[in-house]
Ligand binder design. Sequence first.
Ligand code: MN
Ligand code: MN
Length: 470
Amino acid sequence: MSDKTKELKEKLFYTKKSAYELEGEAGVAKAYEFARGYAEFIDHAKTEREAVAEGIKILEAHGFSAYEMGAKVKAGDKLYYSNRGKCLLAFVIGSEPIENGIRISAAHVDSPRIDLKQHTIYENTGVGYFKTHYYGGIRKYQWATIPLALHGVVMKKDGECVNVTIGEDEGDPVFCITDLLPHLGRDQGQRPLDSAFTGEGLNILIASRPYATEDDPYKTSEPDDRVKLTVLKYFNDKYGIVEDDFISAELCVVPAGKSRDIGLDRAMIGAYGHDDRVCAYPILMAVAELEAPEKTAMCIFADKEEIGSEGNTGMQSRILADIIAELSASLGADENIVRAHSMCLSADVAAGYDPNYPDVFEIKNSAICGSGVVLTKFTGSRGKSGTNDASAETVYKARKIFDDAGVVWQTAELGKVDQGGGGTVAMFIANHNIDTIDLGVPVLSMHAPFEIISKTDLYEAYRAHVAFNK
Ligand code: MN
Ligand code: MN
């Protein structure tokens, strides 16, 4: 090939580039630094409630204060609104008229997990268990034989709300779902992955010592639900709750333990719940660090994405439209015009191309870990069904913002056509007449108890949202 042809090729062809090449050593060092803050956040934010609480801590440290609907706002105000402690909206009022539009970034802070049923504690053959009902799309077999922790809240009969966390501190006990030994696993092993474990079979082992006292020692001949009594005595001593109180509780079983660096180069992070806190943290920091911006900027931590964004803390609720209406009213603006001129980056993870499973990906349109944040025009399944398919004009707007700021980004779909699919909050925000496009970090082993991301991609997500808010 002649030099001239090579030149022409370089001019006309698109080549995906690595963040390691484009960022260089100094940029990668900044990515590792940013990742430290992220790891700290994710270790303390395993449920949507915890993510909202941690988010508020960060916002308050950056000078934000609580907003109440109906309150007067003015340019420069840094405010947050906690929607029932499970969904968070933070915003900085810009100096430009709000009718020029709001820059919105939205991530979700719920992750797939295993919730306790309302009647949950029982005993079988000397072992105490929680009955559970899983939340979101999990591959059930991945949740057996790993240490599990319990997180959540209990509303007691007297109206007190008790926070429960067991299994995260060094000295805490953890819980577990058992599996068969290979010696007896022949029948189970013949079953397809998706049916080898049943939803009803995800019972969590929580105790095995029968309750006894000096005056009333345990007798094998009279089992009498004494292990269950051990469990309830523990909850009563520690939290003052009785069995009825589990009815008005939201208790979640999640993988126990902290995030860890992955690989000898520490280039990746393994943790529970990257989907979608790996996007929630950068959008929060990009808004938290804003000082007197021109455009009004907003970031959203949404709940319920993993189960369809329904309910009053999910993105199908009116909360975003209501807050925009309130801000518009306070600033004397027309909310319809505000929404029409707003733009949203729906910040949700992408499926990272996994060289171990090439069959489900189409390499030309896959997200490569380490090649930056991923712009996704559409999600959905079976012929783009159930998605916001962003317009060429919206893709252009995003592309221009990122290119002008030197953000390392790539574009991708979830996997091969008709291999599966998925959704995000993008379509629910676009339905408010807001230009919306998906932007997220590639994840390996998405929805597994231990997901993997690249630090450089996390950092490029942050840089993308900083550029968006400019
Ligand atoms: Mn997600
Ligand atoms: Mn998900």
